[in-house]
Each structure stands twice: as C-alpha cells, then as structure tokens.
Design a protein around this ligand. Structure first.
Ligand SMILES: *Cc1c(COP(=O)(O)O)cnc(C)c1O
Length: 234
C-alpha cells in the first residue's frame, strides 16, 4: 500500500482505539482528509485507500480538484468540505460545488449560500464556526452568539444546519486541549437540544485529534498526518 494509504489506515486505527476507550462508536466519527495545497495525485492515492471525504480551504483550488474528479472519477461518491474562511464574493462557487461548509460565521453568508444553492442539489450542510479560544484574530462567532445565528440559519430553505466547528489555538498540553474541547461539547449539546438534525461536531486536527475525540468530536479534519507536511504554513 502507498504511504498515504498507510497513514490513513493508521489514523483510522487511532480513531477507533480512542473512540472505544471512551465508549464512543468509531462509526459515528467521520474522517475528513484535508488536501489543501496537495496535488490531485495525492487525493487519488487516498481514494484508492477508500477515503471519500476531503476538506479544502481555498475556493479556486478546491474547485479545480472537484472538477478534475467529476471528470475523471465520476464513479466515486466524493464529499467535499469547505473549511476555509469564506468571502461573500466567492460564496456562489462554494454553494454550487461543495457538499459542506464548516465556517459559517454570519447571517449574510448563510443567506447568500442558501439563495445560491442549486435547487436540484440536496441542501448544503453547514456548521457554525465558534471562536472557542476567543482570539481576536481568529474567525468564528462568540459562544454567546450561537443560538441567534442558529435560528437565522434554521429558516433558510437550501441549508441544513448540522452542527459546530472550531479551530482552537494550537496547544501542546492535552489537558488544556481538552478544557477547550469540553466547552465545544457543551455548546453542541445545547444546540442539539433545540435542533434535532444537528449531529456534527467538527473538531480535531493532526495534533489534537485524540483530545477532540475524547471530548465527543464526530468529525476530525486531518491534513499533515495523512498527506505529510505542507510546503507553506497554513
Ligand atoms: C489545515 C487545516 C486542517 C488540517 O490541519 P493538520 O494540522 O494538517 O491536520 C484542519 N482544519 C482546518 C480548518 C485547516 O485549515
């Protein structure tokens, strides 16, 4: 098996082990392979290893890849997650091509995506991004704004609110990692209590995946641990 396939197998094993240790069903945890900056050849290797969910941060780059796979590999039911910051002027392309958006942080962008979602497609799955470390520089809303934005999204006909996403500030100490993820878990439970379709808590990357799963993550976004280090830091 190729290196990317081996990495995927290792990550899946790790997810299963951690999930079982805390009585979570591993099948309820989705692995999204973050392929930003990586060539389609790398994504093909991941597909050969059975990986179908991919995350992209940049609209143009993501689109090129989606078009490539639609043309060359139409038999694979790939699922594309937009996980980068979204500018209003790029929302149409995201609404037309992606299946999920993890970074909803304002009513205006949600309304645009709903309006621009092609009617023949299933509703776009969206997550509200929470600025859980409350850093001024990071995107995402404050926890106190969650219920208001959720209500605004819930009335939009071509979006389905599926849950929450967070990118905590990098932290090596696992106890501190878990303190932040526990806050996300509480918000997720609060949201679920009002919106029964909510089932997705997107948190955990290569360096904090274990803590995230221990705190109830249902979707981890893994880049470098699958595809290797990226050429430039993002
Ligand atoms: C790049 C990125 C990831 C993957 O990060 P790794 O540390 O390479 O696993 C996950 N989520 C988001 C939002 C990203 O931008």
């Amino acid at each position: 098996m190729n290196k990317i396939g081996q990495n995927l197998q290792f990550i899946k094993q790790r997810i299963a082990t951690v999930a079982q240790q805390c009585q979570h069903d591993p099948k309820t945890i989705t692995l999204v392979a973050v392929s930003k900056t990586k060539p389609v050849a790398d994504i093909e290797q991941a597909i050969m290893a059975g990986q179908f969910d991919f995350g992209e941060n940049y609209v143009q780059e993501g689109l090129e890849k989606i078009n490539y796979f639609t043309a060359h590999w139409p038999q694979y039911p790939l699922i594309w997650h937009f996980i980068g910051p979204l500018q209003s002027n790029k929302s149409r392309l995201v609404a037309e091509y992606f299946d999920w958006v993890h970074t909803i942080d304002r009513q205006k962008i949600a309304e645009r995506l709903s309006r621009q979602r092609p009617v023949e497609k299933a509703p776009l799955n969206v997550l509200i991004q929470i600025n859980i470390s409350e850093e001024t520089s990071k995107s995402g809303i404050k926890p106190s704004q969650m219920m208001t934005l959720a209500e605004q999204i819930s009335v939009l006909p071509h979006l389905t609110l599926r849950g929450l996403m967070a990118i905590p500030s990098a932290e090596r100490d696992t106890i501190k990692q878990r303190l932040v993820f526990e806050k996300m878990k509480l918000l997720f439970q609060q949201l679920k209590a009002t919106y029964p379709l909510v089932d997705t808590l997107s948190m955990g990357m290569s360096n904090d995946m274990t803590s995230a799963i221990q705190c109830g993550s249902t979707l981890v976004r893994i880049g470098s641990a699958i595809f290797g280090a990226r050429d430039y830091s993002n």
